[in-house]
Design a protein around this ligand. Sequence first.
Ligand SMILES: *[C@@H]1O[C@H](CO)[C@@H](O)[C@H](O)[C@H]1NC(C)=O
Ligand SMILES: *[C@@H]1O[C@H](CO)[C@@H](O)[C@H](O)[C@H]1NC(C)=O
Ligand SMILES: *[C@@H]1O[C@H](CO)[C@@H](O)[C@H](O)[C@H]1NC(C)=O
Length: 728
Amino acid sequence: MMESIWKSKILDNLCSGDYLSIWRDYGTVGIVGTIFIGILIAFLLPSIFLVRKRWKQRGVPVEVGGEPGYAVRNARVAELSQVPWKEATTMATLFEQSCRKHSQNKFLGTRKFVSKEFVTSSDGRKFEKLHLGEYEWQTYGEVFDRACNFASGLVRFGHDVDSRAAIYAETCAEWLIAFQGCFRQNITVVTIYASLGDEALIHSLNETEASTLICNSKQLRKLLAIGSSLTTIQNIVYLEDAGYETDFISSENMSKWKVASFTEIIKLGTENPVVPSLPSSHSIAVVMYTSGSTGLPKGVMISHGNIVATATGVMTVIPRLGVDDVYLAYLPLAHVLELAAETVILSAGLAIGYGSPLTMTDTSNKIRKGTKGDVSVLRPTLMTAVPAILDRVRDGILKKVEEREGLVKKLFHIGYNRQLAALEGSWFGAWGLERMFWNVLIFKKIRSALGGRVRFMLCGGAPLSGESQRFFNICMGATIGQGYGLTETFAGAAFSEWDDTSVGRVGPPLPCCFIKLISWEEGGYRTTDKPMPRGEIVIGGNCVTAGYFKNPEKTNEVYKDDEKGMRWFYTGDIGTFHPDGCLEIIDRKKDIVKLQHGEYVSLGKAEAALLSSKYVDNVMVYADPFHNYCVALVVPLRPALEKWAKEAGINYGDFVQLCENGEIISEVQRSLSKVAKDAKLQKFEIPEKIKLVADPWTPESGLVTAALKIKREQVKAKFKNVLEQLYK
Ligand SMILES: *[C@@H]1O[C@H](CO)[C@@H](O)[C@H](O)[C@H]1NC(C)=O
Ligand SMILES: *[C@@H]1O[C@H](CO)[C@@H](O)[C@H](O)[C@H]1NC(C)=O
Ligand SMILES: *[C@@H]1O[C@H](CO)[C@@H](O)[C@H](O)[C@H]1NC(C)=O
């Protein structure tokens, strides 16, 4: 499950690791080190010759059809790319050919289950702890056979190939095998986040009339409870979770469905092969339900052509993919970012090791003390992440550093700043040997938090702050590729190139699409703006999907075909193009509110600024157009708040009461005003009144999406009274 996943649990775990403890031993090493630094700096000044000017033209303006605007294409390709290689026009052939080409390579890895136990915490809650072993690998050849057998098995089991199959399961090897298996019979797969609530699940299955549901054995019990609402489902295939009882499957309650395990389906198919019936590039491969920021989830219809187009585009931007690369897969496969990333990895014939947010590191919540987390065993070189995760990891490590005494802290900051200077192109930064020196002395140990070998992180889902990007460049030694894309464009749109060391931008358009800015007069963003054109981001090309399932109105609102037959998607995001052709996301149409006196408040911009306060875990700024100021709901970071309360000698009962304490509220507000001024927010953009909300916002609470973006409408509805109070 994605249970309170990222923010609260793994991240804290990841951050609470003891990987800095070795620094205790650095007392003497440190002193000697400092002397060395002086010498090294003097000797290594010649390394300034290594300084390269990294400015280059990455995107170029282009003439295209459709609505007038400022359009850009990738500088490296004159024509939009469509397929990674000639025959791979669908996900099915891409997969088949990659499997044949790399048949002996390691492909999918799953950790061996050793044992499971429950521990009871002091407050009586029970926690599951796992002991997991080494990764067990299947080769490309083996995976291909299993996918074929799954396809045959599914047909023999009674799945009608003209109906859809839904996958509602956690990220794992079987997910991908079942997914690829469906394509061997041209079956459209419906994907649903394992963390979506019952209502969304029922809606998605009903709307797509799915007849087979593929889920985890853990979820079977839940299905019993909502069984009467699942009117279209006839077959259930469950992926066996190690250590879970499934003895109730034979019970009367399950009898309305045909139920079989993944293994049984494979066996059935192995014994009774069925001739494959492959899709064409226009066939719909996936109906992907996104946990939208409003209302019920929408299903996006993704064709085989869309998938291979994005994969082709992204393959060109990840640096030097090689056979030694190992990818850690742990984000939900039902999220387009993860699915696109795994598609790229499999196109390149690399290994994918599966993990989960709750078992990621040695100190993760579900990992039994003394046993190893996924990253320690797998030692990945590539991974995907969303900014909320990276920010938390950064905060956690910085906190550890701040807690340290004197020398270690100083050395960290010197080393960090020397490398930062180099990254930002200064001649006097840490280059060459000096850089290696800092890496060995300081950063090597920090790197072990993620296994020690991560060299590239693909980041998407929301904009990543410049500080976090730099932090990972330096402390993890990893290049961060920032991507920008949406489910509606199968994650493809823009992607920063690995040799681009700037921050805060998402790179030029991918080779599979054009990106166009269109003036938005009302919001004051125009393509004629100086110094750089600004406007709503519109994406055109091979990765643009067919539209929303059974929702032509919504589809026609945001998708348009131009006179040349190119399909464009209107994102509602506001962007600007830098002179080198790189895109920067600056705002969101929906998040701009016009106040009583005509000023525009950008809620997203204000929130991004306020998040940097040390007291803030999450924040939603709210602006009522009938007033001339805005207010905010703040989810505080509990430790920071309690620490301040203790120092200020405030007596309080529980945390909820603390959040209502006037002094605390004033302190948080002071902090907000300060960070807002630092970020140059206008006075009317700084919340005049705030409310501290004690309970964290998690995906299960429905207040944030699985990618941890605020669901404004839901938060507004839940805190309606509070917001009204704030305007009294
Ligand atoms: C399922 O969809 C049908 C229309 O296709 C609708 O009449 C019915 O109420 C829906 N059922 C549920 C449980 O949502
Ligand atoms: C089957 O359904 C009955 C009645 O609804 C319930 O009491 C029983 O616990 C269910 N069995 C399982 C294994 O869920
Ligand atoms: C595959 O299925 C789609 C429905 O999604 C159908 O339109 C198409 O004709 C099928 N393709 C082939 C080659 O059977």
